[in-house]
Structure formats: C-alpha cells, structure tokens
Design a protein around this ligand. Sequence first.
Ligand code: NZQ
Ligand code: ZN
Length: 391
Amino acid sequence: MNNFKFWSPTEFIFGRNTVNRVGQLIKKWGGTKVLVHYGGQSAVKSGLLADIEKCLQNDFIEYVKLGGVQPNPLDTLVYKGIDLCRNENVNFILAVGGGSVIDSAKAIAAGVPYAGDFWNFFDRTVTINKALPVATVLTIPAAGSEGSDSMVITKTKGGLKRGAGSSQLRPVFSILDPSLTFTLPANQTANGIADMMAHVMERYFSQTPAVELTDRLCEAILLAIIKEAPVVLREPDNYDARANIMWAGTVAHNGLCGVGREEDWATHGLEHELSALYDVPHGAGLSVMFPAWMQYVYTSGIDRFVQFATRVWGVEPADAKKDTALKGIKALKDFFSSLGLPVNFEQLGAKSADIDKLIATLKINSGDQFGAFRKLDMRDARTIYEIAAKG
Ligand code: NZQ
Ligand code: ZN
C-alpha cells in the first residue's frame, strides 16, 4: 500500500426532509448572502427550489438565484455567475441539482476571488488556493461532486471538456435526501449508476499491490449497486433502494476507495471527449467506454480482472485466467445493457467516422500518455474507441 493523505471534510446530512435544515446549515458555515444555483427545470417542477427559498426566507438569509445549468455545464454560465456574485456581494454558493450544477457552482466559487480568467484553472496555468464556500442539495446520485474536490466544465469555444480540482472545492455540507431522487427518469438513474460504478473501477483497476482493504471497499460498493440498481429502476420511489444508491454514489468518489493505491482514470479521459463532442450524458458514455477499455488492457493485469470477475460477478474460475477475466467484462457489459444503457457507439449516438476528432481533443486534454493501470498513447486510444464503436 502506498502512503496517502485522506481529507474529506464535507458534512453530509442524509435522510428525508433534511432540506429543511438548509438555512441553519448555511448560517453555521458562515453564509450571509447566497447564490442559489440550479439546472434546467427539475428542481423548479418538483417544488424543491420553492421549499429552499422558503427556508432561506424563514432564516432571514439573503439570496440571489441563477438557474439554467445544462448537463455537461458550460463556461458561459460560469462567467455569468461570477459577475452576479461579485455585483451582489455573494459569500456562499448553494448548488441544487446534480454534478453539472455542483461543478458549475464550484467553478463560480473559485472564479469569484480570482482576478484573472477562471479558465486558467482548467488549462492548469493557475492553481486554486481560494474559493467561496460551496454547499449542495443533491438531486441525482451520479458524479459524486457533492463530496469530491473536482469539477468538470466545457469551454464553449472549441468544445473542450476539462477537469480541475482543489481541496478548496470540497463542499462544506451536502444534503442528501433520497426521496428527492424519486422523480429521476430511468435513463438518468441508469446514467448515474454507470458513473458511480466507473468511479469505483477507476480506482479498483490499479497495479498497486497489498490494497486488500480498499479492494474490499470497492467490491462492497459495486455489489451494493448491482443489487439495488434493478430495484430503483423497477420501483423508482423505493426509499431504501434509492438511499443505498445515493450513498454509494458519494462514497464511490469522495476519495476513500482510492487511498494508498494508484488510480487509473483513462476511461474518464476517453469518455469526456464523447460527451464534449456529442453532448451525451457522461454516464452513458462511460457505459460504452469502460468495457472497451477493459477488453484492451486486461492482459496487463489479468489477476485483477480474475478477482473482479469472481468477487464482483460471481464468475466460476475457468481453467484459463483469460476466460474468467473475459466473463467478468461481459458480465459488466450485460449489466449495463440490462439497465437500458448503451454499450456501443450506435446506441450512444456516436460515429466511428469521428474517431479522428475524438483523438485530436483527447491529445490536447490528456497529453501523449494517460492512464496508469496500463499507460496508453493515442494509438492505444484509437483502438479502444474502435472496440467501443463495435461494442
Ligand atoms: O437540469 P435539470 O432539469 O435539473 O435536469 C437534470 C439533468 O437533465 C436531471 N435531474 C437531476 N436531478 C433530477 C433530475 N431530473 C428529475 N428529477 C431529479 N431529481 O438529470 C439530468 C442530469 O443532471 P447532471 O447534473 O448533468 O448529472 P450528473 O450528476 O451525472 O452530472 C454530470 C456532470 O458531472 C461531471 C460530468 O462530466 C458531467 O459534466 N462529473 C463531475 C465529477 C466531479 N465533479 O467530481 C466527476 C464525474 O466523473 C463527472 O465527470
Ligand atoms: Zn464520472
């Protein structure tokens, strides 16, 4: 096991009706003038936004609102949010929504105290060492941004989708009420499930030896998701199943599963090019890319793939390790299919004719080499996209 530092300071408030505590929590964390940031329409339609406004008014907390964050959030709204916060002397940001809203909120939070262009954080010419406090009311378990130190934004000009991170970006508190996720359509629920599984697997597929505890934590999270995913799709208002999925999404990405081990993240890099080019949901893109990446790299660490197949999918070990490993990969792919997720380019709405475009932006974003389980170059990436295209 490698040396590590683990710092995950977010205060998580989990359960039914916990949204009522939002005003009290904002006060506790020093907010006096709040930007309430939200997405397209789900939080308005469900009445959640109105409930939050009522809480803030009851607690005499001043606020301004900025909605309209779209999935795969854009830099243009971030600039707008930064201007709004400066003009209104906002000192606290409340994100009401999923990963897209939370990431947009984080970018605004980092951009407000910074005199230059906030995109400098994403082209990595400047590090983030100051940000307004961000808190979240999570409405879709998926990205794990409610507990993570990172954010992903797309630059409208050139369509570059990039991540940036800082410990300053960990939300101060996150409210997780599983009943807020009852309204999620099946496809969004499934996209979220693929993303949280991917967050575990990006950490699980590591060459670092002697990481039994984190291996077991990863496997436990995957097993819980595999058990509860069909239940939430069948019974969207099953509170306990939604609760397990919601917490799985958070622990999949707050860093706990990756301590002491080298993480991979090649598949996220490959996927971000798909969601940037086609504006497809991140989770759907991962459902296509993860099995393809696995098929390409499994020989670089076959014992790990055998472990994945046997411990996570209950595959009976075959005589040849290769057969066991491939059965595990197939089980993952079949599972994604059973949730209605895409497993090839056509189902995703992507085209193999665009692989050159994907490679061009991947090279800009990920450099000549990326990934850790197996170091990949652009030739490898091309083959993985070709495998993904066929499914
Ligand atoms: O915009 P509204 O109307 O709210 O609709 C949203 C959106 O269309 C809808 N939705 C959310 N909660 C709902 C709901 N619909 C009905 N009922 C509810 N309760 O769901 C749609 C998707 O929302 P979005 O926030 O885009 O989903 P997600 O949480 O999957 O976030 C995706 C973004 O997060 C990034 C992704 O790249 C992508 O841009 N990621 C962020 C990470 C991080 N910051 O740590 C890590 C991830 O790997 C990921 O890259
Ligand atoms: Zn992800």
